[in-house]
Design a protein around this ligand. Structure first.
Ligand SMILES: *[C@@H]1O[C@H](CO)[C@@H](O)[C@H](O)[C@H]1NC(C)=O
Ligand SMILES: *[C@@H]1O[C@H](CO)[C@@H](O)[C@H](O)[C@H]1NC(C)=O
Ligand SMILES: *[C@@H]1O[C@H](CO)[C@@H](O)[C@H](O)[C@H]1NC(C)=O
Ligand SMILES: [Zn+2]
Length: 322
């Protein structure tokens, strides 16, 4: 099954089902970026676990979680793709674990759950593969600003236009603007888009930012005092504390995903809701589009890089990234 071929159908599928996070194109790009940065043990685990069905890669496997949401067997998983931040953009943006994920049914708790499950020796091969595919997908989802936002069902209820076609704010961020930009300047495929962003990460405009991407520190939010005793939040401390607490009854969302969700949610105030649908509903041209594309590129590059770091810490003991 050549899943990457589905990228061609993204606009059609996702305009109908606007509640998906990043469309297939965005998710596959995040997976392909991560694949480039995997350390030896993580790469070997990914290849063995995903197998030929996914071409041994996090790229094609990244869309599985969206595809199964509509199957009755996986209906329960549909609320794991987001966290409904009860904030007030563009005036005030925030994500709070207790306020927004009290039920533990949200993307923050899901990342913690599947991080413990992907290395749980008591699970069978299918469950391990499922855990990896959920991590692959959810670390992407939290980078989409409208997947960390409750207002108007994450923007799904705000009508808009993309190049004159009817859409909504959420769908334009998932696919409309992204697809237009990838078609225009990245060869129209997730593989090429990923390759272009990898160049920016290794030796371009993103290369000076990557250590900050991994630190899980936030310049806008005070660090949660849960980690006050440690040397500061990092992917390593996060994952270590998760396994230290793995016998606990409830799953505690981790600090790095929370900080990443806050970073993403901050774009709701700075960029996403900077829009007056009654005055100008068009999102895919003009200044709205010009301001949005750098955010989309940044968020996709960042989450791909972070996905690799996450798996490298789990399987190789450290992020092992530039
Ligand atoms: C599978 O991955 C390899 C690189 O690892 C790539 O060259 C090839 O085109 C991919 N095949 C498909 C069907 O995507
Ligand atoms: C953890 O994942 C398993 C398997 O998908 C699921 O059955 C369980 O409900 C999840 N737990 C939480 C707290 O999300
Ligand atoms: C990095 O970019 C510079 C200039 O942009 C170029 O001269 C250099 O060859 C590049 N290095 C690599 C490893 O691609
Ligand atoms: Zn999703």
């Amino acid at each position: 099954m050549v899943l990457s071929g589905l990228a061609l159908f993204v606009p059609v599928t996702l305009c109908v089902q606007g509640s998906y996070a990043w469309g297939n194109l965005g998710h596959q790009t995040i997976g392909f970026i991560a694949q480039e940065f995997l350390a030896p043990n993580a790469l070997s685990f990914v290849q063995t676990t995903l197998g030929s069905m996914y071409n041994f890669s996090l790229g094609p496997a990244a869309t599985w979680a969206d595809m199964v949401k509509s199957e009755s067997e996986f209906t329960w998983s549909k609320n794991l793709h987001f966290v409904d931040a009860e904030d007030d953009p563009p005036t005030s943006c925030s994500v709070e674990e207790i306020r927004d994920c009290a039920s533990q049914i949200c993307v923050l708790a899901a990342i913690a759950n599947y991080t413990t499950r992907v290395v749980d020796p008591t699970l069978d091969a299918e469950q391990i593969q499922e855990a990896l595919k959920f991590i692959d997908h959810f670390i992407g989802d939290i980078g989409q600003p409208l997947h960390v936002e409750a207002v108007a069902a994450g923007g799904n209820d705000i009508d808009a236009l993309c190049d004159g076609s009817k859409t909504n704010l959420h769908a334009a961020w998932d696919t409309g603007m992204l697809t237009k930009n990838v078609d225009a300047v990245h060869g129209g495929t997730s593989e090429q888009y990923a390759a272009d962003l990898v160049v920016q990460i290794k030796n371009g405009s993103f290369s000076s930012l990557t250590s900050n991407w991994l630190s899980c520190t936030s310049i806008t939010e005070p660090v949660d005092n849960r980690r006050a005793f440690s040397s500061g939040p990092s992917i390593e401390t996060d994952i270590r504390s998760l396994f230290a607490a793995r016998d606990a009854e409830t799953i505690t969302p981790l600090e790095c995903p929370l900080i990443w969700a806050r970073e993403s949610n901050a774009f709701d105030c700075s960029t996403v809701f900077n829009f007056e649908p009654e005055v100008d509903p068009e999102l895919c041209t003009g200044s709205y589009f010009t301001n949005a594309i750098p955010v989309v590129d940044l968020q996709i590059a960042k989450q791909g890089f972070r996905l690799a770091a996450w798996l490298n810490v789990l399987f190789d003991g450290s992020p092992m990234l530039p």
